[in-house]
Write a protein that binds this ligand. Structure first.
Ligand code: MG
Length: 399
């Protein structure tokens, strides 16, 4: 299996971008820039190509010593090796490579912290290039005219057709770039790693860069980054999945004067036995909702051993379950209850039951079904020993 290390170079002070803290730890879209960069680099595991998704990756952040608390506050759930950088970019990259030498990966990507929008397709192209080259770099043409300005006055045209802009991540066979860095003079400093690869004579390949993979440099770049983020959010809305939960409950008849069923009181010369009000209809429905949420069952949340729930009205249980659904960002679509009993006759009470459930759930009547059946005098319901209820709830939930 291919092993890849991804080194994020975050040692810079990032002063050109303004602000009180280095730009790589400033927020875009309410998350630190460097967190967005981690997110983008980690997108490899979401590749539709199995050979790419399976690559074993390891993240390294090279940062300034005094920025440690910023790093810790920025990385979220990502597992990151933190390495203290040097005075120059070259020294920082060398420190990053050094931490990998005892357990070397096949390839290493070296990326600017301030490029949070690297695309999965560019990452994939870079890795594919490793089959034929020791180094690979994303490049872009220059569309604007380019002039010599070295004397602070417009000079000759520079033929832009021969020029390319160079981005990161730059990607290397680990052994090759490690050796290349080892043989550099101690105080040398280079703009990027492909320059070091060139000096070492590595075989360098290029892939097409991406305009969106711009480097956040000036304060206005943060506005541009917010705009990109917004565009990406519109392109990829959060995905939802449909979940169906089922519930089942039984209560025994006993002497009494009336039963609670589906949230209403029905007069009778018997009642249902239970710790709470024994409303099997609402209990089954509560379990169906909890089932759709994969969130245990009614007994987990309202233990019958707890005196608090003695004779409790069961609409509380159902309201609790639907509240948990809404807190998860879910939407209740439909519920269907089947009551299985010889008595009482359900039909005369069906409209009242649906209305009551509609109130508890905040769901229109057209999405609430209450049905009834008997078991042809068979079994415990047939012998009129008890009443059974089953329910199904359909919900949609965010991934
Ligand atoms: Mg029950």
């Amino acid at each position: 299996m291919t092993r890849l290390a991804q080194i994020i170079v975050a040692g810079g002070k990032g002063l050109r971008a303004g602000g009180n803290i280095p730009k790589q730890y400033s927020n875009i879209g309410k998350k630190p820039l460097i967190f967005r960069t981690l997110q983008a680099l980690s997108d490899l595991k979401n590749s539709p190509r199995a050979d790419i998704a399976e690559i074993q990756t390891r993240l390294i952040i090279v940062h300034a010593e005094h920025d440690r608390s910023f790093v810790d506050a920025s990385i979220g759930e990502y597992l990151v090796t933190k390495v203290i950088g040097g005075k120059t970019r070259t020294e920082s990259v060398r420190a990053g490579l050094e931490c990998l030498k005892d357990n070397p990966p096949d390839y290493v990507m070296i990326h600017d912290a301030a490029r949070p929008f690297i695309s999965l397709s560019c990452l994939t192209d870079l890795i594919d290039k490793m089959k034929t080259c020791q180094a690979a770099v994303p490049i872009l043409p220059i569309v604007d005219a380019v002039k010599d300005f070295r004397h602070q006055t417009l000079g000759d045209d520079i033929e832009r057709i021969h020029l390319r802009r160079v981005q990161t991540p730059q990607t290397f066979h680990f052994d090759a770039i490690y050796q290349a860095y080892q043989s550099l003079a101690k105080e040398s400093d280079y703009t990027d790693d492909i320059a070091v690869a060139r000096i070492a004579g590595l075989a360098i390949g290029t892939v097409e860069g991406d305009e969106t993979n711009f480097k956040i440099t000036y304060p206005s770049d943060f506005d541009k980054a917010e705009a990109v983020l917004k565009m990406n959010t519109i392109q990829y809305p959060p995905s939802y999945y449909t979940a169906t939960g089922s519930g089942y409950d039984v209560h025994r008849y006993t002497e009494g004067n009336g039963i609670w069923l589906c949230g209403i009181k029905i007069p009778a010369n018997y009642t249902l036995l239970g710790h709470s009000d024994a409303d099997a209809g609402l209990h089954a429905l509560t379990d169906a909702l909890l089932g759709a949420l994969a969130d245990g069952d009614i007994g987990d949340h309202f233990p019958p051993t707890d005196k608090k729930w003695k004779n409790a009205a069961s609409d509380k249980f159902l309201a609790f379950a639907v509240d948990r659904l809404r807190k998860r960002g879910g939407i209740l679509q439909h519920v269907d209850i089947t009551l299985i009993c010889e008595k009482p006759k359900i039909k005369p009470h069906r409209a009242a039951m649906r209305t009551r459930i509609s109130k508890i759930l905040g769901l229109p009547l057209s999405r609430i079904s209450v049905k009834a059946t008997t078991t042809e005098k068979l079994g415990f319901t047939g012998r009129e020993e008890g009443l059974a209820a089953q329910a199904i709830a359909t919900v949609v939930l965010p991934e």
